[in-house]
Ligand binder design. Sequence first.
Ligand SMILES: C[S@@+](CC[C@H](N)C(=O)[O-])C[C@H]1O[C@@H](n2cnc3c(N)ncnc32)[C@H](O)[C@@H]1O
Length: 620
Amino acid sequence: MPAPIDDSLEARVSPECPQETRDVLYHAWGHDLSGLKKLVNDRSKASLQDPKTGETPLHAAIRACGPADEPSGEEDEGEDGCVEEAREVVNQLFFSGAIWNDVDANNETPACVAYRLGRKTLYNLCVDAGVRAEILLALMDGYEELSSGGDDEDDDETMQDQEPETATDEAKAQDGEVVEAAEPLKFVPPDANEKPVTSEEYLQSDLTYDDNKLLDSDLNGVMMAWETDIMRRSVAALIPDAQPGKRILNIGFGMGIIDGMFAELKPSKHHIIEAHPAVLKHISSPESKFGASWEKSGPEEGAYKVFGGKWQEIVLQLLEQGELYDAIYFDTFGEDYSQLRMFFMEYVPALLDQEGRFSFFNGLGADRRVCYDVYTKVVEMHCADAGLDVEWEESDVDMAKLNQDGEGEWEGVRRRYWTLDSTSGSNKMLRVQDTSQVASLGTLKGQSGNQSSSNTATILGRQNLDWIILLGVGLLRPVENLAQGLCATGLEVRVLVEDGTVSTDMARLVVLLLANSRNTAGREPSSSCSDELCQSADQLKLRYRRFDVELRLESIIRLLKVLEGSVRSAEQGDVLVLKDMDLLVIMQVYQDQSEDLAQIETSNHLLECLLARAGRVVVD
Ligand SMILES: C[S@@+](CC[C@H](N)C(=O)[O-])C[C@H]1O[C@@H](n2cnc3c(N)ncnc32)[C@H](O)[C@@H]1O
C-alpha cells in the first residue's frame, strides 16, 4: 500500500523552495486573488514548482480546499464556500498560462488532487483547461515559429553581451575567473526517466507472444487478453445484430482477437493492415488462422487480405483501389493521438460508406483519469469536425486483476497502461451521417497523394472545384478575444461569421474548407455550380446539429464572394500562396491599416497559430 499523502501546507512547500515560488504558492493556497494577480504577471510564474514537492500554484489552490464533505445530494455535491474562492484562483492561473497537467512528487496533476479530494467543480475546470490546451496544440500541428527578426549570430552576440548576473560574478569575471552560475534547483517529475514508446523503435523491436499477451522488447504490453471483452463490444457496436456480409477494415492485428471475431461474422470483405514484421511472421505461420488459406477462402480474390506495411502508406493504396467499408476498427501501438486524428479526419470519411461505422480502442490517456476525460472530449470535437456522429458506449472493465503494478494480468509487463476503474472504460463508436457531401481538404489530399504538396492557388484554380463547405473550428477563447488581440495592435478586425458559443470560454469560428465536385467516396458530382452551395446549407446545419448552431445563409454568400475574389487573384498569378489551407481565417481589416500582418506583435498565441496555419489573411 502506498503511504497516504500529506496534504498540509508544511508538507507541500519545502524548506528548499525559492522565495519567489514560495510567495506564489502561499498566495494560491490562501486564495488571495488580487495578491496572486500581481505575482503571476507572466506565464512562467503561473507554473512555478516547488523544487522538491513539485507543488504548483494550481495544486496549492485546489489542495487548500481539503477533502469535500460527504455528498449531500445538492447540485454542487459536497462542495463548500472554499471551492468558490479556489475556482476564481484556478481560473486566474489558467488565464495566466498555468500548465494543466504538471505532476507533483506524488505523480498527481492538479486535477488528480481535485479528484482524490472529491472536488468535482475544480476537477472539471482542469478538464476544460486540458481540452483547450489540446485543441490548440492540434491546431498548431505544423506551426512554424516566426523568426524574431535577428539571426543566430545576433543571438550569439546578445548572449556574449549579457551582463554578469550579480556583483560577485562581475568581480570574478573581471579577474578572469570562470564564473559557473549555480543551477537553480529544478523539480524532477517522478516519471522523468520513463522511456517513451515511439512508433519507429517499436516497429524495429523484437516481440514476444504468449497465450495472454504480446510484449515488445521493453516489456511494454502491445496487446493483452484482458481486452477481449472490449474487442467483443467494439465488434457489436460496429456490426449491430452480427450481420454477415459486411465489408470490414481492421488496422493493427496484434493478437488477432478482434479479427477472429470479425471472421466469425462471415464478412464479404475483410482487410487487415499490420506493420510489424514479427506480427506479420506470426500471421503467416502454419498455426495462424489468417495465413494464405484464409486469404484464399474469401468470396473473391483480394476480399480477405492482410496488407503488410504501415497504415499511413496502405490506406493510400486502398483509396486508389476505391475500397469502401461498412466497419473500420483502429487499434495500433506506439503512435500518438495525432496519428489517430489524422486517420479519422482525413481517411475515414473517404473509406467509410454511408451509414458505415468507425471505432477505435480508446486507450488515450487511460493511465490517468483526467487525461482520459480530456481526450474523450477532444476526440469528440475533432470527430464532429470530420463529419462523424459520435456515440459513446461505456464498457465495464473488471479491475480485479488489473489493480496492481506487476501483478495479476500485469505480471511481466513493464507498466500498467490502463488504471481506470470499472465505470470509465469507454468504447468509441462513431457513425457517419452522410459523407457524400462532405470533404475536407485533408481528405482530398488523402485521395490524391500529389495534392498534398500543391499550394492553394492550384487547388483554388482547379477546374473541378465547384462548391465550398464552411466548417467550424474550436477556438480557445471567445472570438471577441481574438478580435481584441488584433485591435490592441491598432487594427480593426471583424470575424465575418461567428456561429455560436460552445462553452463559456470556447467559441466556434466558421472557416472555409474546399471541396471539389467529387465527393469523398469518389462518387459522381452532386452539384455543378456554386449556387448549389445555398442548398448545401441544410447539410451544413445537419453537421452542426450537435452544437445547436445555425449557419446564416447571407454569411455563406458573403464568404463565397470573398473567396471568388481570391480565386481571381490566383488566376492572375497574384499573391495567393497558401501552402496548407485546411484553415483559412477571414477577417476584415481596414485598408489603411493593413500592413503586413505577419509583422503584428501580439501575445495572442492563438492568433499567431491561426496566421501561421492560414499562411495569409484575405483582406475583404
Ligand atoms: C494493440 S495491437 C492490436 C490488437 C488487436 N486489436 C487485437 O484484437 O488483437 C496493435 C497492433 O498495431 C500494429 N501497428 C502499430 N503501428 C502500426 C502502423 N502504423 N500500421 C499498421 N499496424 C501498426 C502493431 O504491430 C500491433 O500488432
